[in-house]
Design a protein around this ligand. Structure first.
Ligand SMILES: [Ca+2]
Ligand SMILES: [Ca+2]
Length: 561
């Protein structure tokens, strides 16, 4: 494989290229059903009978998969020896007492029932000179000690629910004679929370971007904007990343798992077969940050469609009698091509943000959903607005601009050595007079209107909550003929950080020194309480077939819902 050297013409024949294990749990619910149980409860490290007083009805608890790396050894905790008792938040400690007397000598054994057997581990907590630790799952016990203090079982899981693995994990605690004759059996039920994608309306903690020579200036300009929005910029800079693999959005999907109090960020490892996917996964793995891989690289035939710019989640919505309190996942499909089926299957098995809403992106060259829709918050009315690109509005605005200030320029100032005449920068009048280009806008508007209807129907979005953003599209018979790319900068593909919408600078024509395309966005968002912050991304992102959203990613907190 010479993947390192390969490149994908990403736009107009130009050589731009797009180019750890991970899990989640929701509520761990400890229940004791049994042949002979006295009590079971999630434990703190200072265990005593008093701690258990009044816990006949244990508080529901959620166990988050132990796929982060608390001790920084580069290995997900669940794949390594257990850490010292009490030092790993994802190791659930369950305190049990046998119901009945034990003989002089007995053993205790913990077992994970199917279908979680291969995806969870159980240990018995034992004293050691260095303090309590989790030992083998079967140990001899001192009956007098057990009677007094019970036994603590450590349970951790290695993955999230799946289609053949419901969220409930059954742990059996078996007291036996040393000959293996059963004495008492306790069943403890735990529950694994779902893996959740983060809606963009949730506040960002960190923003990720790739730094190469090509993106250096963009990264420099992005930093103060991210910091002004109260987030931190995480720069991914690694010599193994090819110069043009600047598509941070596509290399990873960052979500989270929570037990209602604690939160672990969990990233889905990219399926692009490119260096950045693994570089980021390795860099991100750490305390309270796990990585999961669902699906594998499917080869060039799945180019772009499997990339995570093609996987997004709506804000919380109610639609068709269903409350999507964590939003609904959507992804793009291009005829028989669609986002990786294993990724979709995994997300739907979480039972939280599915079923996936498929959007038709067959009319786009790249075909990512983040080219067709995005969201901003609103302090007025519905707490969000849905933004979609509109060629119709673009033409209307450009015609008006040409009337008000003839001689305007599209993609103003974007021309570079080597560009063909009119390839990027071109007079507005010429574009408006280009019959083929104008016909294309009508065709694309029809496609976008259909996507918009799907979104509105399936997510319950009112007409008044849709905002059209002016964008022209175009195609090139030498590059995926019949599919379209953004001719002007696609301002839907921006980065939302709280109330700041970092919009790709459209470089639109000027009227009275004001960019009319940018002004259209400001006019629509600012009355909602959104700050519109333009950032130039023409080079290298727009030229490469994407914009700011494609070039960034974000780790977000979860707002209370
Ligand atoms: Ca851990
Ligand atoms: Ca995404």
């Amino acid at each position: 494989m010479i993947e390192v050297m390969s490149s994908i013409p990403y736009r107009r024949g130009r050589c731009a290229f797009r180019n750890k294990n991970f899990l989640s749990l929701r509520n761990i619910f400890l229940a004791l059903c049994i042949a002979g149980t006295i009590a079971a409860a999630a434990c703190t490290d200072r265990l005593s009978r008093e701690d258990l007083a009044g816990q006949d009805r244990p508080q529901p608890k959620i166990v988050i998969p132990n796929i982060d790396d608390d001790n920084g050894d580069g290995i997900p905790d669940v794949n390594a020896a257990p850490l010292a008792a009490g030092t790993d938040d994802e190791m659930l400690q369950i305190h049990v007492f046998p119901d009945g007397k034990l003989p002089q000598a007995a053993t205790v054994r913990a077992e994970i029932a199917e279908p979680w057997t291969g995806f969870a581990r159980a240990f018995v907590r034992m004293p050691s000179p260095e303090g309590p630790r989790f030992g083998p799952r079967s140990v001899d016990v001192n009956p007098a000690e057990v009677k007094k203090r019970g036994v603590v079982i450590g349970v951790e899981v290695a993955d999230f629910p799946a289609s053949d693995r419901p969220p409930t994990v059954e742990v059996k605690v078996l007291f036996e004679t040393q000959e293996g004759r059963p004495l008492h059996e306790i069943t403890v039920l735990c529950s694994v929370p779902p893996f959740l994608l983060s809606p963009c309306l949730d506040p960002a903690e960190q923003v990720q971007v790739v730094k190469t020579r090509a993106t250096e200036e963009f990264v420099r300009n992005l930093k103060p904007l991210v910091e002004a929005a109260g987030a931190e910029l995480e720069i991914v800079d690694d010599p193994s990343i090819p110069e043009h693999d600047i598509w941070m959005q596509d290399a990873v999907e960052i979500g989270l798992a929570t037990d209602g109090e604690r939160l672990m960020h969990v990233a889905l490892h990219g399926n692009r077969g490119r260096e950045l996917d693994a570089v980021f996964a390795k860099k991100a793995l750490g305390k309270d940050f796990g990585v999961l891989k669902k699906g594998d690289y499917r080869g060039r035939s799945a180019e772009w469609i499997d990339w995570y710019g093609n996987l997004e989640v709506s804000p919380p919505v109610k639609a068709k009698g269903r409350d999507f309190k964590d939003g609904r996942v959507y992804a793009g499909t291009q005829a028989e091509r669609a986002m990786h089926p294993e990724v979709i299957k995994f997300l739907e098995a979480q039972g939280a943000q599915g079923p996936v809403l498929w959007l038709d992106t067959s009319w786009l060259v790249i075909g990512h959903v983040d080219e067709t829709v995005s969201w901003v918050p609103s302090r007025v009315g519905t707490p969000f607005r849905m933004m979609i690109p509109s060629p119709r509005l673009a033409i209307e605005i450009l015609r008006q601009a040409e009337q008000d200030a003839p001689g305007g320029i599209l993609n103003r100032g974007a021309k570079r050595d080597g560009d063909k005449p009119g390839e990027f920068e071109r007079p507005v009048a010429e574009a408006l007079g280009d019959k083929g280009l104008m016909a294309a806008q009508e065709f694309i508007q029809g496609k976008i209107d259909a996507v918009r209807r799907t979104l509105q129907d399936e997510l319950g979005v009112a007409d008044a909550d849709v905002i059209e953003i002016p964008v022209l599209f175009n195609s090139d018979k030498r590059w995926f003929p019949g599919r379209y790319f953004a001719e002007t900068v696609n301002m839907v593909n921006g980065l939302l950080l709280g109330n700041d919408y970092i919009v790709p600078d459209p470089r639109g024509p000027l009227v009275n020194s004001q960019d009319v395309l940018l002004q259209a966005v400001k006019d629509r968002l600012e009355p909602l309480g959104c700050r519109v912050v333009p950032l130039d991304c023409f080079d290298p992102y727009h030229r490469g077939g994407g914009e700011i959203h494609c070039g960034t990613n974000a780790t977000r907190r979860r707002t209370h819902r």
